[in-house]
Design a protein around this ligand. Structure first.
Ligand code: NAD
Ligand code: ZN
Ligand code: ZN
Length: 402
């Protein structure tokens, strides 16, 4: 089935702090190396989000080629299918996991789609709209998705999906990602949890911690309006510019300086505590999260860490961070990092949303729907610490009531 459009408008990276909306060719069922992809589909985007991970590219801490189409958090309608696609049909509403995964390699077969061995063999990790495999992103009107039968999560009912589209839009990345961090940190009913970062991913972490039945959920950040979104939804907060030690901040709330589980939702542009709140150092958040965790506790590291070319510290430009391992080691820590395997969680979390088990999610997220043309400005506002989560609606298909 062919559709009428022959062009594709998309948000394109032109350099640090320079995103533009360009008109490109309509996507083909073709891999980045030009090989035909009859296992792929073309998706017409309904909701395509801007993420903190995009900010790393915007700021220059995660280098990307000029001309790359941005975006890795996509929800849309299947409009064209390759000849080998068996289970999807035009008209299906789907969530696209941000990891590009073949479904055929050793890791994919074990559910470890975040380290697919074939879609970007250089580092065994591929994502749309990243310098990871050359797959065009989805902050666009249309996009190509390979291995579609394997990768796409289809929503069971189109009308119901459109009613809940803004909650469902975070299934492509930030909700499953945040949930993964908590699972890695061993969160279960009754756990005390420290969440580093009140950006959209940290706020999803706070929501997911509630879903998992955590007891005391403490969120740390500097932006009061971001903290307010979680505070009014049952979480405790620490303004990190007002404490000199994370353990003091936790003790003031919990009566003990440690939590059971702590997760880094920050990444390598982290700020320090108290006097050092204006300073950045790539290892600040990891060390705070290790400090926060009790002996025998566990830690998840969801924030993105790689060689950071804009760091003032030469070692960090090589990807070498000063982790306070001596203090951590004696506590027998469990530390897990990496990209999240979205497919491992997205179906279950979709069911939680469809059955209204996370009624607090949308208030914590604070989504604003924007047009494609508004995306470059939204990057700038998000970079400045806006408490909104920006969701682009390239075709004007999201009902205004949301
Ligand atoms: P964001 O930039 O909006 O949020 C980061 C927040 O951390 C900001 O509010 C900032 O003020 C705060 N912060 C800075 N230093 C801190 C510190 N020391 N302690 C606590 N908070 C601190 O970004 P986001 O969209 O919420 O994403 C958060 C991180 O998660 C990013 O690094 C992003 O790349 C990463 N991420 C990882 C995956 C994955 O699969 N691992 C997926 C999605 C996003
Ligand atoms: Zn993302
Ligand atoms: Zn694979």
């Amino acid at each position: 089935e062919k559709i009428m459009a022959d062009k594709n408008r998309a948000v394109v990276f032109h350099g640090v702090k320079d995103m533009r909306v360009d008109t490109l060719d309509f996507p083909k069922l073709e891999m980045p190396n030009g090989k035909k992809a009859p296992h792929g589909v073309i998706v017409k985007l309904i909701a395509t989000n801007i993420c903190g991970s995009d900010l790393h590219i915007y700021r220059g801490s995660f280098p990307a080629p000029e001309g790359m189409v941005m975006g890795h958090e996509m929800t849309g309608e299947v409009v064209e299918i390759g000849s080998d696609v068996e289970f999807l049909k035009p008209g299906d509403i789907v969530s696209v996991p941000f990891n590009v995964a073949c479904g055929r390699c050793r890791n994919c077969r074990n559910g470890r789609t975040e380290v697919c061995e074939t879609t970007n063999p250089e580092v065994s990790c591929a994502a749309y709209g990243f310098n990871l495999g050359g797959f065009a992103g989805g902050q666009a009107e249309y996009m190509f998705v390979p291995y579609a039968d394997f990768q796409l999560l289809r929503f069971p009912d189109k009308d119901q999906a459109m009613e809940k589209i803004l909650d469902l839009a975070v299934l492509s990345d930030i909700l499953p990602t945040a949930f993964h961090g908590l699972v890695e940190a061993g969160v279960k009913p009754g756990s005390t949890v420290y969440i580093a970062g009140a950006g959209p991913v940290g706020r999803c972490g706070a929501a997911a911690a509630r879903l998992l039945g955590a007891s005391c959920i403490i969120v740390g950040d500097y932006y009061e309006d971001r903290l307010e979104l979680v505070r009014r939804n049952g979480c405790e907060t620490i303004n990190l510019s007002k404490v000199d030690s994370i353990n003091d901040g936790i003790e003031a709330i919990l009566g003990t300086p440690y939590v059971d589980c702590a997760v880094d939702y920050v990444g390598n542009e982290a700020h320090g505590l108290g006097q050092e709140a204006e300073k950045t150092k790539s290892s600040y958040a990891i060390n705070q999260v290790l400090d926060a965790t009790r002996p025998g506790g566990a830690t998840g590291i969801i924030g993105v860490y790689g060689a950071n070319p804009i760091s003032p510290v030469p070692a960090e430009r090589e990807g070498i961070y000063s982790i306070n391992f001596g203090d951590a080691w004696i506590k027998s820590p469990r530390i897990a990092g990496g990209q999240a395997p979205i497919m491992h969680y997205n179906r279950d979390l979709m069911m939680s949303i469809l059955w209204n088990r996370m009624p607090y999610l949308s208030d914590m997220l604070n989504i604003k729907v924007i047009s494609l043309d508004e995306a470059p400005q939204a990057y700038a506002d998000f970079d400045e610490g806006s408490s909104l989560k920006y969701v682009t609606d390239p075709h004007g298909s999201i009902p205004a009531a949301q």
